[in-house]
Design a protein around this ligand. Sequence first.
Ligand code: ATP
Ligand code: ZN
Length: 298
Amino acid sequence: MDEPRLKLAIQKSGRLTDPSLDLLTRCGLKISRGKDQLMAFGENMPLDVLFVRDDDIPDLVQEDVCDLGLVGLNVLEEKRHELAARGHPVRFEALRTLDFGRCRLSLAVPEGQPFDGRRSLEGKRIATTYPYLLEHYLRERSIAADIVTLSGAVEIAPRLGRADLICDLVSTGSTLQANHLREVETVLESHAVLIRTPVTLPPLKNEWVERLLMRIEGVQQVRESKYIMLHAPRSALEEIRRLLPGSESPTIIPLEGFPDRVAVHAVCRENVFWETLERLKQAGASALLVLPVEKMLS
Ligand code: ATP
Ligand code: ZN
C-alpha cells in the first residue's frame, strides 16, 4: 500500500512564497516544481506542496482539501471573524507561530490630520481589505464607523475621497509615506502561521506532522543561535557565564598542562555581537571562536 501523503498549501506568488519554501527546504524537504505548476511533489518526504492564493489557504485547510497551510495571521484572523459573523464554525487549528511574514494591520490618517483615538474614528469612513477584522476591532471599542470594503489599492482611497482614513498592512511604512498617510494605531500584529486541518489524521500522516513541527522548531531556534568556544581562567568562569547571551549550562573542559585555565563551549540562543566578545576578552577569555549552528534537536 502507498504511504499516505500530506498536502501543504503555501502562497503561489507573493511575500510569503520564498520564506515558506526556504523553511521547507531547511526542514529537509526536496521538491520538484515546474514553473507555474499548482503542485510540487516531495521527493524525500510523503509531503506535497500546493501553490495557491494566500486568501484561499484557510478554506482549503478548513475544508480538509489540504492537511496543512502556511498563511499570515492577518488572513487567518480575517477568515475567523468572517466565519463567526456568518455563524459558521471555525475549524482550522493554528499549530505554530513562524518567524517570517511580520507586518501589522494599522489605521492610518492623511498627513496633517490630527488623530485623537476613538473620537477621530467615530462616524468616519475607513477603507480596508479586512472588513471583518476591522468590524471586530471597532465593535470591541463600541465605535460606530463606516467600513468601506475594497479589494486593493486601499492607500489611495482617502485621496480619491472614498474614505477618511484607512486600515491596511504595514511593514516599513514606506507605502504609507509615499501616499502621505500617517500610521496612528495597530489593529493586529501579524506573522506567518502553520495551520492544520481539524480532521483526525491517520497515524502515519500525524507522525509526519509531528516531525515537521519538530524540525520547524529546530530551524527557528538555529536561525539566531551560535556556538561559542573560548579559553578562560577558572577564576573568571562565573563572570564569563554571565556574559554569554542566552546560553544554558556550558561545557567546561580542562586544558592539558594549564591547571588554572579551561575551555568553555556553549550554545548561545541569541546572536553574539562584537561587544560581547570584547567584554569576554576583558573578563580574561582568549582564543574566542563563534560558529554558526547548522541543525538543532532538543
Ligand atoms: P495573493 O495573490 O496570494 O492573494 P496578496 O497580494 O494577498 O497575494 P502579498 O502582498 O504577497 O499577498 O502578502 C502576503 C502576506 O504577506 C500578507 O497577507 C501578510 O501576511 C504578509 N506581509 C508581510 N509584510 C507585508 C507587507 N509589508 N505588506 C503586505 N503584506 C505583508
Ligand atoms: Zn491575498
